[in-house]
Design a protein around this ligand. Sequence first.
Ligand code: BES
Ligand code: MN
Ligand code: ZN
Length: 520
Amino acid sequence: MDIQVSTGRVGEVDVQALAVAVFKDEQAHEGFLQELDAATGGLIKSVIESEELKGKEGETVYLHLGEGRGELKAKRLLLVGVGERESYKAAQVSQMAGTAARALRARNVKTVGLIARGAESDAERSAEVSVEGVLMSLFEPDKYRTSEKEERVLERLVIVAQGANEDALRRGAERGRIVGESVNFTRDLANEPGAYMTPTIMAERARAIASEFGLEVDILDRERMESEGMGSLLSVARGSEEPPALIILKYTPEGFTGGGTVSGGGEGLLAFVGKGVTFDTGGISIKPGENMELMKYDMTGGATVLGVMRAAAQLKPPMPLLGVVPAVENMPSGKATKPGDVVRAMSGKTIEVINTDAEGRLILADAIAYARKLGATQVVDLATLTGAVSIALGDVNTGILGTDQELIDEVIAAGREVGEKLWQLPLDKEYTRQIKSDIADIKNVGGRKAGTITAAAFLKEFADGISWAHLDIAGTAWGDDVKPYRSKGPTGVAVRTLLNLIERAVRASSGNKGDKGDKS
Ligand code: BES
Ligand code: MN
Ligand code: ZN
């Protein structure tokens, strides 16, 4: 899709259709709508007076202007309700753009002018989130369909903001393209069947983005993991014919020697660690068959890390970043780890494996240890870790827990600005009692109570002494239903949150924290 910007008169935009945001209870005789009403020969007034469109979030009205009617070059118009003007921020602009793009693609429109109307306070940010929203909305999971596949494609998108600064719009649109494409990159990986996304293939994808965008890459194979003493990670890989891979990506800003973390100033190193179980059968503690096919997305945390590093390599923040993805397949076999086995993690801790289906924490334990060995002082990990998190929070909020409240607060704030909700669960030390083992230092499950918390309590054993936050995305990484601005399937959740977290950290260290993202 070709992405352009336009700061001139709306009537002159040479596209098949214009999509226009309409605020709640907005009247046709004021401001921009008045202009549009005049240019359409009174159509806006007639739609609003008919009460077909009240500007409520998600409402749409689609109109054909017909030849000779009105003064717009575009002969089709999509009005998109966006709710209250005061609460129309970056997240809502992005959804408006997505809703418009999906609706117009469905009507076989090829060229679209988007009038998101968020640009008054920050044209650059508004253009960015508009392009993000459009690209994300157009992702479809039906990659392997060969018959009856609808090939409707949006060919050209024009971001329209009358009177805005054109360079700012361009910069924003380009950032939006990078972020939107990276979110879709993550979704594409998450969507791949297990056979097409093995640990080896995932590592190849990491190598490919490293060479395309300029990142350092290192892939540890089984032998190197053995020499590092990663008995916990390796215990999960044992049952599979597919060799494991520990993927390391490093971004270093050009000509840069210092460090940087969230709210930690110019020192230290921020690492993202993502669970990469390319398929989770449960191992010997095998899962029931129902819905097991979904366990192809158990590598979404890892895919999220790859997506974030892919975008960061192009956005080039002045802060180094580390990405770590332990990639394994969890299978039952004659070689597989058995319930009751005791394994020794890289940190030296011994773990009794009560349930081989609690494998995510086993691989993350060693991945976090290795991130620390590489110098990480701050870790944000992401994992489709527990079914319990969807019982607690459904598909609305990502669960967040950790040891550094300031970091947790920053992640939550970064998420809110991009429309990704996170809800903190407690991590009191009392929960750690549930993972005491009779035979080893700890065991890998904590019983039926507080499943998401005891999983985090397990990870905490490997994150002591550093600043750490853990995101359980098991409930939010997959969408069961189509939305006006999004297909079903992988959501790409948390890619934008983490990119915004980096943005905010950079802005904070240059002294004007957190007032930009919420303005548009
Ligand atoms: N990958 C699953 C968690 C999961 C479940 C993700 C549903 C997405 C949707 C994880 O490895 C797992 O199996 N967790 C177990 C832990 C239990 C054995 C303590 C669970 O949640 O049942
Ligand atoms: Mn599992
Ligand atoms: Zn799993």
